[in-house]
Design a protein around this ligand. Structure first.
Ligand SMILES: Nc1ncnc2c1ncn2[C@@H]1O[C@H](COP(=O)(O)OP(=O)(O)O)[C@@H](O)[C@H]1O
Ligand SMILES: [Mg+2]
Length: 370
């Protein structure tokens, strides 16, 4: 089950929102949902965009959809469970269609119109570990409903076209919902479309980190043409090419979310942090060496770095040997190498375990005994 965030809540609800079109909301909602499902988490994706890109991107076109659950006058009026389509193991979709574009006007005089989605989801508390909501590209009633229903928002921003103002406007809406409706939502920023060939990308990344600090996910989603190709074939990136950069990035993001580091840290008060620090055992230096052959790059990613592929997880070549040092607490850690862009287990480590893709995660055992 997902981490419990409130007294009556056992499903973690994320709204993927940004009023800007084309920043990667739908891409993130679909592929993150798929990645969470691959991790064995029961996941519901709600397509809350009348353009129905998430539904189409998963090959689902239906006459009944989320509109018929939110509306009070639809001739197909039904409940959420009636519209759910199974996409794959642990992965369900509540699809959308063009009818949803009428809901804003239809509910304009309704009391509690901002809470329609939240009301619907109440009956589903125990059914899923995670629920992701793909929002439309505006700050209208549907996005407000998503924020109202969610515990957290994921705000994808494009590394190339980032504007602080755009995100700030969205955060203002979140504050408004908190003040008017007493509903508090936290948010995290996801950097998408990152092009590591451009110096400009790194400048923008620094700017985003300076502005949003720890709210920025460690995982960055790189620009990857396989993502576009997967959508045109109505598949998730995992079904299309599980070895692609896009698959790696969304899998890392799912691990980062499941480990819940960000949300948990926010909750631990300063006092608690001190106690935790005192109790934590000492960090031990660990060296990773990759003994196979590599032409260009080797990364080590695993449970100790939230499976994130970034500069800190990169190995350097020293006297012909790829290596890096990290500091870890005693314990067991699953990890894999990414060699020239391909996942591989550690050829020199005989201890391993199968992961959800049927591949092997190597296991590192760190012990404080000499
Ligand atoms: N990381 C990425 N690499 C390559 N193309 C991407 C990436 N993220 C999004 N795209 C493409 O950008 C376009 C807009 O993305 P989409 O997720 O539909 O944005 P939104 O839902 O915010 O409007 C789509 O064509 C999608 O395939
Ligand atoms: Mg979209």
């Amino acid at each position: 089950m997902g981490q419990t965030l409130g007294p009556e809540v056992d499903m973690e609800i994320f709204a993927v929102a940004n009023q800007k079109g084309g920043c990667g909301k739908t891409t993130t909602a679909c592929n993150l949902a798929a990645a969470l499902a691959l991790n064995g988490k029961k996941t519901l994706l709600i397509d809350l965009d009348p353009q129905a890109h998430a539904s189409m991107g998963l090959g689902v076109e239906k006459d009944i959809g989320i509109y018929d659950c939110l509306s009070k006058i639809s001739k197909n009026k039904c409940s959420l469970k009636d519209i759910i389509v199974n996409i794959g193991p642990n992965f369900d979709l509540a699809p959308s269609n063009i009818m949803l574009s009428t809901i804003d006007q239809e509910l304009s005089d309704e009391i509690g119109r901002e809470s329609r989605l939240q009301d619907i989801l109440k009956d589903f508390q125990g059914a899923y570990d995670f629920c992701l909501i793909d929002c439309p590209p505006n700050l209208g009633l549907l996005t407000v409903n998503a924020i109202r229903a969610a515990h957290q928002m994921i705000i994808p921003v494009e590394a190339s076209r980032f504007s602080v103002d755009g995100v700030q406007r969205l955060v203002e809406i979140v504050d408004l919902i908190r003040d008017r409706l007493g509903h508090k939502v936290s948010y995290r920023v996801l950097v998408n479309n990152f092009d590591s060939r451009l110096r400009h990308s790194f400048n923008v990344l620094n700017q985003i980190k300076e502005t949003f600090g720890s709210k920025v996910f460690n995982t960055i989603v790189h620009i990857n043409v396989k993502i576009k190709e997967s959508q045109s074939e109505a598949k998730t990136i995992f079904a299309f090419d599980k070895y692609s950069r896009g698959a790696k990035d969304y899998f890392s993001l799912s691990r980062e979310i499941i480990s819940g580091e960000g949300a948990l840290m926010e909750k631990i008060t300063a006092a608690m942090k001190k106690i935790v620090k005192k109790k934590t055992r000492e960090l031990l230096p660990v060296e990773f060496q990759f003994t196979g052959s590599a032409n260009d790059s080797v990364y080590v990613v695993g449970e100790f770095n939230n499976w994130s592929l970034d500069d800190r997880s990169r190995l350097t070549k020293d006297n012909g040997i790829w290596k890096t040092q990290v500091s870890l607490k005693p314990g067991n850690y699953k990890y894999r190498f990414v060699v020239d862009g391909k996942w591989t287990e550690d050829p020199s480590n005989p201890i391993s375990e199968k992961n959800p893709f049927g591949e092997l995660d190597s296991i590192l055992m760190v012990s404080d005994e000499a």
